[in-house]
Design a protein around this ligand. Structure first.
Ligand code: NAP
Length: 295
């Protein structure tokens, strides 16, 4: 518990995750671009750093939780990035959702600099982050995973070492393939019910007790019925994740037509200026197409 832990990226997810580490008794060195992101951590005793490189100079284990692939690349490899200050034998843990292949390339660069990288994207949203109950999907060497495991246990509950570098990001991409298509599927079921003059709320209620039950039917199905798309997980971030899925499919020469189709609904949502709604608003797009309003 004596080592300082680093944390870079203190947004919706990173902030509660970093706060949980402080609550568990760890000393944190943090970096954020915006003062507003930094302030809640400084109030509870975290030490501010002027750059990712400074965080890396202070912390033998550090976490990044930023937005997209280019952001992680900038934080780790860019000017004043982690790689400029990284300690020998340090572990750099990226918990953002980004490209598996870019992750593998960064892991190689860090390895050449004497450090190890883990990819450890999460599922569970801001509620899971605050409760310390995230699902954490980890890729990278076993020894590094074992060193970081006690910290993962502060932030999450279902922690799986999936495989080598990039395996955590592949796992998260698989998660998003399922989630996006299930949202589109639940939406179609709601459409069919309504177009048939059958109450979609009753249909959902019946299906919740059967084989078609899922968290998506439960949580997102309710959002669709109530036409309430306060996020949650925004369509903008979900679109980014589906881009990662489809880029991986492209690199692998893999046909994922279901995922591609689900991604088109997210494109349509962003095109309509609705990117900040929960991604369950796919239903709003589908309903409009059929002249159904809301549910
Ligand atoms: P967010 O609220 O937008 O926070 C992202 C943070 O990253 C911001 O605080 C920003 O710092 C920082 N950042 C972004 N680009 C940066 C850069 N180039 N250099 C330095 N800092 C940078 O996003 P979030 O919801 O926490 O999501 C973070 C990651 O978790 C994403 O990859 C997302 O897909 C994933 N995720 C999110 C959820 C969810 O429900 N929100 C669930 C699972 C996974 P400043 O504030 O200083 O500008």
């Amino acid at each position: 518990m004596t080592d300082t832990i680093g944390f870079i990226g203190l947004g919706i997810m990173g902030r509660p995750m970093a706060l949980n580490l402080i609550k568990a008794g760890y000393r944190l060195a943090v970096h954020a671009r915006r003062e507003a992101s930094l302030q809640p951590l400084l109030e509870v005793g975290a030490e501010p750093c002027s750059s990712p490189a400074e965080v890396a100079r202070r912390a033998p284990i550090l976490f990044t939780m930023v937005s997209d692939t280019p952001d992680v690349e900038q934080v780790i490899l860019g000017e004043q990035g982690v790689i400029e200050g990284v300690q020998t034998d340090a572990v750099v843990v990226d918990m953002s959702t980004i490209s598996p292949s870019a992750t593998r390339a960064m892991a190689e660069r860090l390895h050449a600099a004497g450090a190890e990288m883990l990819d450890a994207p999460v599922s569970g949203g801001d509620i899971g982050a605050a409760a310390g109950s995230l699902s954490i999907m980890v890729g990278g060497p076993t020894a590094a995973f074992e060193r970081v495991r006690p910290l993962f246990q502060v932030m999450g509950e279902n922690i799986v070492h999936v495989g080598d570098h990039g395996a955590g990001q592949v796992c998260k991409a698989c998660n998003q393939v399922l989630v996006a298509q299930t949202i589109a599927g639940v939406s179609e079921a709601m459409l069919l019910a309504k177009a048939s003059g059958v109450d979609p709320a009753k249909v959902r209620e019946a299906l919740l007790g059967g084989f078609a039950n899922s968290r998506i039917l439960e949580v997102h199905g309710r959002r669709m019925l109530e036409d309430d798309y306060a996020p949650g997980f925004t369509a903008r971030l979900h679109q980014k994740d589906m881009r990662i899925v489809l880029e991986a499919a492209h690199e692998l020469g893999l046909a994922l037509p279901g995922a591609a189709q689900a991604a088109q609904w997210l494109n349509a949502l962003l095109g309509q200026g609705l990117g900040d709604l929960d991604s369950a608003a796919i239903h709003r797009m589908q309903a409009r197409l059929h002249g159904q309003d809301g549910d």
